[in-house]
Design a protein around this ligand. Structure first.
Ligand SMILES: [Zn+2]
Length: 238
């Protein structure tokens, strides 16, 4: 009999753990506050988002590709990288892009205390403002991970969690093939999509090689690039 009880308790704990894991990584569901993976709109608009950095090595190249396509994007920057790469940060701001908050040290925030979460986020907001940026600052959790405390904190600040509905880096078969990587993005884009890329990250040469084709391919299909905040404003009222 006790074996059955232990079995039930272990099974129950496993189910709770599996559910918590699914909630922590879901792109479109969280327990509190608003989460945005894409926006419902009938306009052909897409938000390009670049996570992590800025880096000394690859920020200028990313900015140049965007400039060549006259595209606007949102950069989710890490506070300590802003601190370390101040001229790259200012170059992104001066190019007219939106700056998002991606935490101070890129930790997994999902099991952290409220005070640590608050410090990770507010310190980064301050670094973004100190760099001279005056626009809206959307927030995206590192690794897209959140569970209870982070959504609670963001809800209390009236700040949505910005996720994504397109993540070409998540497809192993595209990892070494820029043409396939670009084609995948162009084929799967839909009005209101949020595209996640890491072109400032050193290991992501495929994404850098694919970016020009992505930009022209989507523009040829009639898409316009907007910041995350502009995309939220374009959401069709329910
Ligand atoms: Zn990240």
């Amino acid at each position: 009999m006790w074996k059955t009880w232990i079995f039930c308790i272990v099974l129950g704990a496993l189910i709770v753990a599996a559910a918590a894991y699914q909630v922590s990584r879901s792109r479109s569901f969280q327990l509190f506050g608003e989460i945005v993976a894409w926006v419902e709109t009938d306009q052909k608009v897409i938000a390009l988002t670049f996570d992590d950095g800025p880096t000394a090595a690859h920020t200028a190249a990313t900015l140049q590709m965007l400039r060549d396509a006259e595209a606007t994007a949102t950069f989710f920057l890490v506070g300590q990288s802003i601190d370390a790469q101040q001229s790259e940060t200012r170059a992104i701001i001066n190019a007219g892009h939106e700056i998002g908050n991606h935490s101070w040290s890129h930790p997994r925030l999902m099991l952290m205390s409220r005070s640590r979460i608050k410090s990770e986020i507010e310190r980064t907001d301050t670094a973004i403002r100190d760099a001279g940026y005056t626009g809206p600052i959307p927030f995206r959790p590192p690794f897209g991970k959140k569970l209870v405390m982070l959504p609670l904190y963001l809800a209390s600040e009236n700040r949505p969690t910005i996720m994504w509905d397109m993540e070409p880096d998540g497809h192993a078969d595209l990892a070494n093939d820029p043409d396939a990587y670009a084609a995948h993005v162009i084929e799967t884009a839909r009005p209101g999509s949020i595209l996640l890329m890491h072109t400032m990250f050193s290991t992501n040469q495929t994404a850098r090689d694919a970016l020009p084709a992505i930009l022209t391919g989507l523009q040829n299909n009639g898409y316009e690039f907007v910041t995350v905040s502009a995309l939220l404003d374009l959401a069709t009222a329910p």
